[in-house]
Design a protein around this ligand. Sequence first.
Ligand code: NAP
Length: 499
Amino acid sequence: MTTESAPGRTDTVHADAFAAIAGNLPTGCYIGGEWRSSSDGSLIAVADPSTGETLTSVANGTRDDAALAVDAAAAALPAWSATPPRARAEVLRRAFEIMTERHEELAQLVVLENGKALPDARGEITYAAEFFRWYAEEAVRNTGEITVAPSGAHKILVLRQPIGVAALVTPWNFPAAMLTRKIGPALAAGCTVVCKPASETPLTALAIAQVLEQAGVPGGVVNVVPSNRSSKFVGTLLADPRVRKLSFTGSTEVGQELLRSAADNVVNCSMELGGNAPFLVFDDADLDAAVAGAMLAKMRNGGEACTSANRFYVQRGIAEEFSQRLAHEMSGLKVGPGLGDGVQLGPLVNSSSRDKVAELVSGALAEGAEAAVGGEVPEGPGWFYPATVLTGVGPSAEILGTEIFGPVAPIVSFDTEAEVIEMANDSVHGLVSYLYTSDLGRGLRVSEALDSGMVGLNRGLISDPAAPFGGTKQSGLGREGGHEGMLEYLESKYIACDW
Ligand code: NAP
């Protein structure tokens, strides 16, 4: 593994980059088309994970701000839902174009507050902007149904209408894409929104609010309020009967809590929760492709992705060769502050994330695993953790039952197809599974048997704005992206009619 100076020592690259964009960045709450302080004037400090130092502070929304944001969203709803779909589409299309023009600045901002390496951040901004383009195209394709009742006596007409004010709560790991993946379909459907971004990464969310403002979104249609009083803030949203939708992306534990809160007003919920993705490599796989796919599935975002491959199951005859080749690739990654020249792996988002990863690895080593590469916390500032490959991991090791959320690849050997399907499905999560094989019959058979909402068949990257993203079991409810993503913001109305 090579490092860009020492991890955490940014020289002046990050400070200079932030100084260059800071003047254009909003730091207030965006409510009703206006930028304002929080009602009690309090602030959230935003840190650079590569140094731990504060970059700046943003407004810290209160319950009163949550209520104001719902007032604004509710007031804007009638006009926005009545705006012709083509006009809504054009606003979203402009937002896509502005994000594309501001691509590099937004990517740098993601690096500065999230820590990921610049190539990952560039990929995220492209992906995030695509949700605005995709839903600009979908806004004009809100189809209903008309059928004849089986009795033949009347017609069944089904309209799809905007569900109403939507509360959108997003995590820090894809601060741009997780927000646009919700705002795009919500606006296309004719809903208005109140967004609460993660407190680690509010700047990107506020910059996206600014993009939407520049694109001509009317005041009140999109409201973005950072708040680190998350439980109270989101609780206020869910207690307001005008809020008819919650779309949450984050951990399973918080999702469960929010589902309970949403029950009181029977709020419609979409949940994109945690993952624990298995990555299966059969002995007939193209090993070059499998190693390349493993690097993508594991290392996109430095492992801080819900889709990150968390458990590698490799057929016994090729396990050693696969492990060596993966370790070789992992050891070649350049680690350092995300804006450093050629850096491929930045720090984790904060100290508690790094402590969790380090503890899981120590536990696996204590249980008898070996680190083929990595496995030790480096000295120096910032929340760095090295790319790590663990071999000799037992099938019941604790690390296999926990979402690692870091650059660590535990490898387990298996013998038979039936055995590996059972191990892969032995999880409360079911977001995504990956498998590599050159036997198409096996590929499709195993894909069908894997209990997850998505499967990467000879693919290490599955995210696509045009595809329905989401999980089974405790990985969530509903889908984002594709045609299905807009349905999450539409209510079906059945009109029984005769003519
Ligand atoms: P998190 O702790 O659950 O936080 C997510 C969001 O919920 C943040 O905005 C957070 O605000 C807020 N929040 C936290 N506690 C809350 C509470 N008690 N009530 C209301 N809101 C609350 O998750 P995270 O650490 O940011 O993100 C990592 C997790 O997200 C991982 O499990 C990952 O797998 C999952 N994820 C899933 C997907 C998917 O599509 N399935 C995509 C990306 C990430 P604060 O920041 O202010 O605490």
